[in-house]
Design a protein around this ligand. Sequence first.
Ligand code: URA
Length: 204
Amino acid sequence: TAGEQDFGERPETLAAVDRAIHACRRCPIGELDNHAVMGEGPADAALMIVGEQPGDQEDLSGKPFVGPAGQLLDTHLQRAGIDRGAAYVTNTVKHFKYVMRGKRRLHQSPTAKEIDICRWWIESERALVKPKLVLALGASAARGMLGKTVSISRARGTPHPLEDGSELWITAHPSYLLRLEGDAQQEQTRLFEADLAAVRERLA
Ligand code: URA
């Protein structure tokens, strides 16, 4: 697949992926003072939700989407009638990438190269879970799923067929909504809600 690096045999279980990501040093992010965060949810989930990378709180707790972006995601999933507990929730990049600002760890976006290296893990998870639908949150997740960079505004609102017959849906990242204000926030929230509603409909 485009963009993906081949590291040989795929792990045969999610537990093996979990062990392997903790040991992964294929890119420099794994060398930082952080912990890999494994996906969470049923191993046979119909929906896989893919974020960018763990943030500070996810790194500390070891669970995906527990911080501010995760809380906003939970709110919108609930409104859309999508049960987060029934979904497999994971990230494109497995380790938190940051720079220190005083005592705070500030989020840094992964590079396309780092995403492409980490794609091996997300594709291993997807091959094991075999979701019917994948919801990619933001540009990093979209790249992780497609192996190329796409524009969210052009890619959203329509399914992208994946090679195994499943469907990829692309929307904005909830932390993008958190950074906006006023009319822009309202407009982007409306689009985000419409994307979740479309996914909800395809799941039913
Ligand atoms: N943002 C993400 O993309 N993933 C998380 O797990 C948390 C915040």
